[in-house]
Design a protein around this ligand. Structure first.
Ligand SMILES: [Zn+2]
Length: 452
């Protein structure tokens, strides 16, 4: 009798797990068995022949801004560093509407899924008038496409009139932010292993929120046992801003806001000195490395090997995608691999390290240690890649080829034991229609900006 709810992903071409050359067995959303070479599962199961697939744990994106897919390659943002880039784009983003965010979220999730991503974080901090339902819109988009989400309720309260970077048109009152943050947790956060949607709180950056809001957000998050996220140490400009306004470097400022703890993950983490790297390890804070965004904006590089040596968990994020211009997490692994070697030498960032950042590292950032690995008891989130493109022809080591030759599209993606991508297509979505609708929404956003 075949147990129809069990699937044996049989004899993979290669798999990122020990003792699983014969494949893995998945049932009820979990990995229940690893099969050694030449062996068969103890119980019968449906067979999926993976002999032409490289099997990885589902990739996890630890930092993103879905809405920014609407302003990719904008003339207003070209060839600028972070602060000028943000100041050019804030007034455009201020024109965001609910339908635009819905399409932007679906398109970003579709791109991520097709690259092999099974859990994505999103940092949404834009709540201009009319966008009060932004978090609900993102949750609905994730549900429709079947991806796991870590939605962070972001915030901006420090407008240019109070010495912040963003214009007043995109900041909110701190009272409204805290009220809505608590509502977002109560409505959408699912605690526990296997959760499909979690919420974290995420004041945007030292230059767009007040110290009071940082402190009250930390207090609120800890009262509800949800995680904390923000951009930190992204550029020298940010460090100068912190020194000028608070008399503190970014990590000292974070400490002064009661943000020290293993419930905190930070996007970027570039401008840390040696002492700060050691302290990050002692504090249990994790870092999301965003190599493409950092290179595109000329921000610098995250010292991944030094951070890991200090015991800091480092994950991977596509960021943007207006500071990346795409949302492909598989390609981001290759960027991390290349940048890591440029920074620390050829043995400091192997292809396995790059895969680990995008899986276990990101899972640690998001507090989801039951994800990001292939072992008995882990959730059944998997990405399967075929090596049948020209770029892979002749490759000896399939796992190395994924990173070094640069895979960009998954053939199969499984989330919580369900196939969400099959033969390179997202199940149940008209992708062409979504692309047309998204492109029209992006044009409408720009025309609203020009008329404003
Ligand atoms: Zn970001």
């Amino acid at each position: 009798m075949i147990d129809s709810s069990a699937i044996w992903i049989k004899n993979p071409l290669s798999i990122a797990a020990d003792d699983a050359s014969g494949g893995i067995v998945v049932r009820e959303g979990r990995i229940i068995d690893l099969i050694e070479s030449g062996k068969t599962p103890s119980a019968e199961a449906e067979v999926f022949d993976a002999s032409e697939h490289v099997v990885l744990p589902g990739l996890i994106n630890a930092h993103h801004h879905f809405y920014q897919t609407l302003t990719r390659s904008s003339d207003h943002g070209l060839n600028k560093g972070l602060f000028d880039w943000l100041k050019s784009l804030y007034p455009i983003w201020a024109q965001l509407e609910p339908e635009m965010l819905s399409l932007a979220s679906k398109l970003a999730v579709a791109e991520l899924l097709l690259s092999g991503c099974t859990l994505s974080s999103d940092h949404h901090y834009l709540f201009p008038s009319g966008m009060e339902e932004a978090i609900g819109i993102q949750v609905a988009a994730g549900e429709e496409l079947g991806i796991r989400l870590m939605i962070t309720r972001g915030s901006m309260s420090l407008g240019s009139e109070e010495g912040g970077l963003p214009p007043q048109s995109v900041v909110q009152s701190e009272e409204a932010i805290l009220l809505d943050s608590e509502q977002a947790i109560n409505r959408f956060h699912q605690a526990g292993k296997g959760s499909m949607c979690q919420v974290a709180l995420a004041p945007c950056s030292p230059f767009s929120v007040s110290r009071d809001l940082m402190r009250s957000t930390a207090e609120l998050a800890r009262r509800h046992d949800v995680r904390l996220h923000t951009h930190l140490a992204e550029t020298k400009d940010e460090t100068y801003f912190c020194l000028d306004r608070f008399g503190l470097r970014p990590l000292d400022y974070l400490e002064s806001c009661d943000w020290i703890g293993d419930d905190v993950w930070l996007a970027h983490g570039i401008d840390f000195n040696a002492d700060e790297i050691i302290r990050l390890g002692q504090y249990g804070i994790s870092i999301c490395h965003c190599p493409t965004s950092n290179m595109m904006l000329g921000s610098g590089f995250c010292p991944v090997s030094e951070l890991e040596e200090a015991g800091v968990a480092v994950g991977l994020g596509v960021d943007g995608s207006a500071s990346n211009d795409c949302s492909n997490l598989a390609q981001e692994m290759r960027q991390a691999w290349l940048l890591g070697r440029l920074h620390s030498g050829p043995d400091s960032m192997t292809h396995s390290d790059a895969i680990r950042l995008a899986t276990e590292g990101s899972a640690a950032c998001l507090g989801r240690k039951e994800l990001g690995k292939i072992e008995v008891g882990a959730r059944a989130d998997l990405s399967l890649y075929r090596l049948d493109e020209l770029r892979f022809s002749g490759a000896e080591n399939p796992l190395a080829a994924i990173v070094q030759s640069g895979v960009s599209r998954a053939d199969r993606v499984m989330i919580e034991g369900e196939w969400r991508v099959s033969s390179g297509e997202i199940i149940g979505i008209d992708l062409e229609q979504l692309r047309h609708q998204h492109d029209r929404a992006a044009k409408k956003l720009m025309s609203k900006y020009y008329l404003s």
